[in-house]
Design a protein around this ligand. Structure first.
Ligand SMILES: [Zn+2]
Ligand SMILES: [Zn+2]
Ligand SMILES: [Zn+2]
Ligand SMILES: [Zn+2]
Length: 412
């Protein structure tokens, strides 16, 4: 306790009788100590007298009233919270707590950005079968607008494969073979494949054939059509057969219908030129190695309504098993992934560095095989945790990248 030594010295001669065991006697020499007002964080003190010889404290100048409690507790700050900067929709604000008594700032904290409050979308342009539409929404607070495109509508085909809305006629691709699919009451539609190896650069799969819908792309339908660069499926097919486009080395784009439910195993196996992948809301099964060696994928898109699969960080993932099936250029592995599937980044030249989450339990066979430009993998766990991650055959496949863990570099 801080004691203010008063200038005034009060002297009093008082007979002091010590407690039993201490027979020494003296006359207290009392000195005045003025009162100290308490402050926010410092204790105060009542006025009192103190003996210069024995340190005894008294409330009175005569030394008749021994002082037991002369301290006055600190008052504590008298805080008010003040906003220095208001938060807006997009930017954080600032607030502090300041003492009304001493002016000290005790706390300074961010006020989170409020986030926009958008009104419903207003369609500014309807989508048609030849053009995307557009819709706009506006924030009621700051008037910021957000514009989103509305996907093109499908053509409205007549049985001659001419659109009744825009009159576009589905081009005929020579060499297509249509096989009847039988139902209870005879032929219900067709399965399409190709005669031999197509030499066409583009294939168009029509909606109808001889008045009935084309319902599936047969197993191996366009297998090894190495001159094929673009495939457009207008048919409302539900199934893309096993190995349907396997070995189509030049294929850069495949437009698949919204109706598709199943992508067969090895459907795009070895399609090393495939640049974009767009998976609709209805796909609920993707077969094994469907995208094996599709190392050039720049854009991976999965409809948000799809319950089984999703695209995140330019990766195709299966939600339930937290499995990454295939990664595209500049992939950012989602931080909830548990497994990187077999061949997920096989021959992917577009990734230079990757961050692997701590949730990872397995890396599949040949997952990073042939990743010629991959230099750094950062793992969000310790070397010991990295070593506990199960790794399939040739998971690294000779690719020369370093694995940096939180506590150092892993050697394996
Ligand atoms: Zn004394
Ligand atoms: Zn204060
Ligand atoms: Zn706003
Ligand atoms: Zn049309």
């Amino acid at each position: 306790m801080k004691r203010q030594r008063g200038a005034a010295l009060a002297l009093a001669l008082v007979l002091c009788v010590f407690a039993a065991g201490c027979a020494q006697e003296h006359s207290h020499v009392l000195r005045y100590c003025g009162a100290v007002e308490p402050a926010c964080t410092e204790n105060g003190m009542q006025e009192h007298w103190e003996c210069e010889i024995c340190g005894a404290l008294f409330y009175d100048e005569e030394g008749n009233l021994p002082a037991t409690e002369i301290g006055i507790p600190a008052l504590g700050h008298n805080l008010v919270s003040e906003t220095i900067l208001e938060a807006t929709c997009e930017e954080a604000g600032l607030r502090h707590s300041v003492c009304l008594r001493c002016g000290q700032e005790v706390l300074r904290e961010e006020i989170p950005a409020e986030g926009h409050i958008f009104k419903s979308y207003v369609i500014t342009q309807n989508a048609t079968c030849t053009r995307e539409g557009e819709k706009v929404r506006t924030c009621v607070v700051c008037s910021k607008t957000e514009t989103v495109s509305i996907p093109m509508e499908a053509h409205n085909w007549d049985t001659n494969n001419v659109c009744s809305v825009c009159s576009y006629a589905c081009p005929v691709t020579d060499g297509l073979v249509f096989t009847e699919i039988s139902g209870e009451s005879g032929t219900v539609g067709y399965s399409v494949s190709s005669e031999d190896i197509l030499t066409a650069k583009q294939v168009f799969v029509p909606y109808y054939h001889e008045g009935l819908p084309v319902l599936e792309i047969a197993d191996g339908a366009f297998r090894d059509c190495s001159s094929l660069t673009r495939a457009t499926v207008y048919a409302a097919a539900e199934r893309l057969g096993v190995s349907a486009f396997r070995g189509c080395f030049a294929l850069t784009e495949a437009v698949l219908p919204e109706s598709l439910c199943e992508i067969g195993a090895e459907a795009f196996y070895g399609c090393r030129a495939l640049r974009s992948l767009s998976i609709g809301s209805a796909v609920k099964e993707i077969g094994r190695s469907a995208f094996y060696g599709c190392g050039s994928l720049e854009h991976i898109f999965v409809d948000e309504e799809n319950a089984v699969y999703a695209s995140e960080g330019n990766c195709l993932v299966e939600r339930e098993n937290a499995l990454l099936i295939v990664g595209g250029a500049d992939a950012e592995i989602p931080d909830w992934i548990r497994e990187i599937g077999d061949n997920a980044f096989l021959n992917n030249d577009h990734v230079a560095e990757l961050d692997l989450p701590r949730t990872l339990v397995r890396i599949g066979s040949a997952a990073f095989y042939g990743c010629g430009n991959l230099k750094t993998v950062r793992y969000d766990g310790t070397v010991a945790q990295w070593e506990a991650v199960s790794k399939g055959d040739l998971w690294r496949g000779g690719a020369q990248f370093q694995v940096l863990c939180t506590d150092g570099e892993a050697v394996s």
